[in-house]
Design a protein around this ligand. Structure first.
Ligand SMILES: CC(C)(COP(=O)(O)OP(=O)(O)OC[C@H]1O[C@@H](n2cnc3c(N)ncnc32)[C@H](O)[C@@H]1OP(=O)(O)O)[C@@H](O)C(=O)NCCC(=O)NCCS
Length: 203
């Protein structure tokens, strides 16, 4: 189903992500631009999208410009990889996804992602994450990817479980957001898990 191509500049020891472009059947995963600010604010100002996020719903376009600037610098420095999820059909930006907390020695990273509410339930994040995970395991040679999910975030848990992530642990009172204290469920996916799943489910 996915026609994945990637154009990578990957220099050791610090990866440069500035040319990463991942293509799937319906999506382009590409760097964010200043012109994406209103789409990002539209995603992140929605209380349902932000219910289990590490920050409260956004209220200002400046927050979107700040995220885009940080993401652009991180692509250059290799600090993290955040890509916009663009719908090929109409070039609209429907979300972002990326790899954070990269640990070169342990070949490990954490995924982060969100979709505009109107784009939920259509398999877009599954498609995007599939491409991102393939890139992470094949091109970056990572060994382990983690997801840190609020215990009540059922949509997110289902999304990572569909990709083969396993529930590994329950961390107590890991987050305090807007005064609300919450636990985390930690999910993990190993390169070996991914290879087995790719063999049995070659999407
Ligand atoms: C987490 C989030 C991205 C999941 O969105 P999603 O659309 O459910 O994710 P997926 O792409 O995995 O889609 C799977 C859903 O689409 C449906 N679907 C439709 N076509 C599909 C296809 N071709 N392939 C896969 N799933 C498809 C599935 O049946 C499934 O629906 P279900 O859960 O009702 O069974 C979304 O809920 C979100 O943005 N949440 C807010 C931000 C957030 O919590 N981020 C994570 C922080 S840890």
């Amino acid at each position: 189903m996915l026609a994945l191509t990637s154009d990578i500049v990957h220099c050791h020891p610090v990866p440069n992500f500035s040319h990463v472009l991942l293509q799937t059947e319906r999506l382009s995963l590409r760097p964010l631009h200043a012109s994406d600010a209103s789409a990002i604010l539209s995603i992140r100002s929605n209380p349902t999208v932000m219910r289990y996020h590490s920050s409260l719903p956004w209220t200002s376009i400046d927050q979107a410009y700040a995220l885009i600037a940080v993401a652009a610098e991180a692509l250059q420095t290799g600090d993290h990889l955040r890509l916009g999820i663009e719908l090929k059909q109409d070039l609209s930006l429907i979300g972002t996804c990326g790899l954070f907390h990269l640990d070169e020695q342990c070949r490990r990273a954490e995924i982060g992602y969100e979709l505009h509410l109107d784009a939920w339930g259509k398999g877009y994040m599954h498609e995007a994450q599939w491409a991102l995970l393939e890139y992470a395991f094949s091109e970056l040679a990572l060994n382990r990817i983690e997801a840190d999910i609020h215990p009540d975030n059922i949509a997110s848990a289902k999304s990572v479980e569909r990709l083969g992530f396993r529930k590994e642990g329950h961390l107590r009172e890991r987050w305090i957001v807007g005064g609300e204290v919450s636990d985390s469920i930690i999910y993990g996916l190993l390169a070996s898990d991914w290879r087995s799943m790719r063999q049995s489910q070659p999407v």
